[in-house]
Design a binder for this molecule. Sequence first.
Ligand SMILES: [Mg+2]
Length: 135
Amino acid sequence: MKKSQISIEHACPPTIFSDIDGTIWKHEWDVRHSMNGTQRLLPDVFHKFLDWHRQGFRIILTTGRPEFLREDTERQLKELGIFYNQLVMDCGPGPRVLINDTPNDTPKAYAVNLERDSGLEGVDISYTQEKSNGD
Ligand SMILES: [Mg+2]
């Protein structure tokens, strides 16, 4: 299993941008096959999303699914108990790039490339709240 460890120290909790198909549940070439109620979450997905939610992370789901599948997608996410703040659809099938600035040369953009359908075992995003310097 490939591990991916990210340690973040910041005054505010991080925002996670996560894909859905192949990341949260099994990827199907025809998305309609993933809507028959048989979908199950991939390993460690439920636990990680719950843990991130409890730590105050914002969770933005990004998917290439078209906008007209929003209702079905929201229902699936609800049935499987996935916590999230926003669902961004129509992201397209191509690669995704996250751009951010780096105050004081501290990185603010990270990426995790997961093997399709492998789940979130070994993905460790740890967050420590940076202490205020008192001013
Ligand atoms: Mg995907």
